[in-house]
Design a protein around this ligand. Structure first.
Ligand code: SER
Length: 592
């Protein structure tokens, strides 16, 4: 079965059970300052799981391209991909276990035709606050799941929150016990190095997790875990892994989404895909797919934040191509059209982005080719005893030569670099903006803190003020908020004068002083857009949308959160406005 068939079967299955299909969030969340990437389907659902009403109702379904930068180095085995699609369905205080588990079962066994014998389920064994999940046990049993296919695990495996186990959850974080489904690849022989007995969470490769139902019913408070006002369901299932299960082949790189890329790499390199651990072809296919997707959604390689991760992906892929003894430009050019087609057919990106993606990738390769050659020469001519963390840092600093590439190349020469030492040197040198974002690399929590909320409302005021002063040509091209400042990208062919920037700042401050109310309403998307409500990604919002109004000054389509009145924001100053090239500009403001 093809990935696209499974995706559409899933959406239809839940749609016919009363769920509204919503568009995926962009891979870079527009208003979430503490996480670099959308890393799960539930990320855009957090406010609604906490109790805010969703514009599309209480039953939601989608397919969410998700990126996990912490998995980059895992890529190369048969199951990790740093970008994947997460099929998700949610009950927002509506149905619970007795509907969810039978639906999951029906979808897997009837719609996808997976044999019940090969499916295993896991449950939460309980802790001091939340009891052992006997209710879900009974439901699985009633569906015909045999006792020896049901396993209990502690919180480390069967509790889900963005922060991890209950003790790791900060106050305000939501979570709950889970029930996961695993597929057994019966041809894979258990490796006793992973333990005497195989079981669903064993790492030997015989079992693969294909779905996770989180019974999101708790919130952490000062007192411990307490029940949320409503019981929610948050389901996530990895599309690529589901295809692998349906194919009964544990190698996710053999699914249709990857096979055309692997074929293109085979053709251009003249080598055969071997499907072995850390196969360079897997790394190339995975990294290029994620990179092309990000570029198509507007990210550019750079030395900061998401742009840095994108750069790392392309450079890591280019180095692997070198290991294949092939030409990166040739291989990338051959693969990119298939990636753009796959994801534009799925509605996540525009087919017209193809030329742009090719151009950005080639420009990056040109830049990197020079750095790579210089770096390799430097490594060649340096005394082997002098190659250490400081040396790796110097190469990174002067040439942008990635640490992990130095590490990999030297590992071949039996040199082990001291990662902690490199991190220490790096930490001393890293620039301010990266310091501010360091926590984000851990995939952190969505920070809906007081200051970022103020900046979010101020961003709406800025958007409208730019429009008023510079004219209707301007439109939003991006936004990023940290607790230190707000940043807003916009399209504008000219260069605003100092007076215009001053005027924009003074409009914002007047609106703040006026203490305008900020009001949210749920509206029909089409009507809202026709009436002139501002929207960043109009096509990325569902049919019913939440609109935030600031007095009668600004109206914007947005998921929030915002302050209740502008007065609480305090005075703002614009401290930078710069060109990003090709008709785009970036403006920064902060609290005075
Ligand atoms: N939030 C859960 C996960 O990421 C289920 O969607 O696994």
């Amino acid at each position: 079965m093809k990935a696209s068939e499974i995706r559409s079967k899933y959406l239809k299955f839940f749609e016919s059970r009363g769920h509204a299909v919503i568009p995926a969030a962009p891979i870079i969340p527009p208003d979430d300052p503490t996480t670099l990437f959308t890393s799960s389907g539930m990320q855009q659902m957090v406010p609604y799981l906490k109790g805010e009403p969703h514009s599309m109702g209480k039953r939601i379904v989608d397919s969410q391209p998700s990126f996990r930068s912490e998995d980059i180095e895992e890529v190369g085995d048969n199951r990790h991909t740093c970008m994947f699609e997460m099929l998700g369905n949610w009950s927002l205080g509506d149905y619970f276990k007795k509907e969810q588990l039978p639906w999951v079962w029906e979808f897997l066994t009837k719609e996808l035709g997976l044999s019940p014998d090969k499916l295993y389920v896991t449950l939460f064994e309980g802790n001091d606050f939340v009891e052992k999940d006997l209710e879900a046990y009974k439901i699985w049993q009633s569906l015909g799941v045999k006792d020896d296919h049901i396993f209990y695990y502690p919180g480390k495996k069967n509790w889900w929150s963005r922060a991890g186990t209950p003790d790791q959850m900060p106050v305000g974080e939501i979570g709950g016990p889970t029930s996961e489904v695993f597929f057994e690849f019966t041809d894979v022989v258990h490796d006793s190095k992973y333990g005497d007995k195989c079981h669903p969470n064993c790492d030997c490769g015989r079992f693969m997790e294909i779905g996770n139902s989180v019974f999101m019913a708790y919130v952490k408070t000062e007192k411990g875990l307490e029940p949320l006002p409503a019981q929610n369901v948050d389901f996530g299932g990895g599309l690529e892994r589901l295809v692998a299960a349906v194919n009964n082949d544990p190698d996710v790189f053999k699914i249709d989404m990857f096979s055309s890329l692997i074929a293109a790499i085979e053709k251009s390199s003249g080598k055969k895909y071997e499907g072995v651990y850390m196969s360079p072809m897997r790394v190339v296919a995975d990294h290029l797919r994620a990179a092309a997707f990000m570029i198509a959604q507007g990210t550019e390689p750079s030395n900061k934040l998401q742009g840095y991760i994108l750069r790392r992906l392309l450079r890591r892929a280019a180095v692997r191509v070198r290991l294949l003894g092939a030409d990166a430009k040739l291989i990338f050019k051959e693969c990119i059209p298939a990636i753009v087609k796959e994801y534009s057919d799925a509605g996540f990106i525009d087919a017209s982005s193809l030329d742009h993606v090719q151009a950005v990738v080639i420009a990056e390769l040109d830049k990197f080719g020079k750095a790579l050659d210089k770096g390799l020469k430097e490594i060649e001519r340096t005394d082997i005893n002098k190659i250490d963390a400081q040396f790796a840092f110097n190469l990174y600093q002067s040439l942008g030569f990635p640490y992990e590439i130095t590490r990999d190349l030297l590992a071949e020469k039996n040199i082990t670099l001291d990662q902690a030492e490199f991190d220490k040197i790096f930490a001393i040198h890293k620039e301010g903006s990266r310091t501010a974002s360091a926590g984000m690399f851990k995939g952190g929590l969505a920070d809906q803190g007081e200051i970022t909320t103020k900046y979010h409302t101020a961003t709406h005021l800025l958007h409208q003020a730019l429009y008023d002063v510079l004219g209707s040509e301007i439109s939003q091209a991006g936004s990023n908020i940290t607790s230190e400042r707000l940043r807003f990208d916009y399209t504008y062919s000219g260069k605003p004068t100092a007076e215009q920037i001053k005027e924009i700042g003074s409009i914002i401050n007047t609106k703040i002083k006026a203490d305008l109310p900020v009001v949210k309403t749920i509206e029909d998307k089409k009507m809202a857009l026709e009436s002139g409500v501002k929207a960043f990604f109009a096509d990325k919002y569902p049919d019913k949308v939440s609109v935030y109004r600031i007095g009668d000054y600004s109206r914007e389509l947005c998921g929030g959160p915002h302050v209740e009145r502008t007065g609480v924001i305090g005075a703002i100053e614009i401290y930078k406005d710069e060109s990003l090239g090709s008709g785009k500009r970036r403006i920064y403001a902060r609290l005075k």
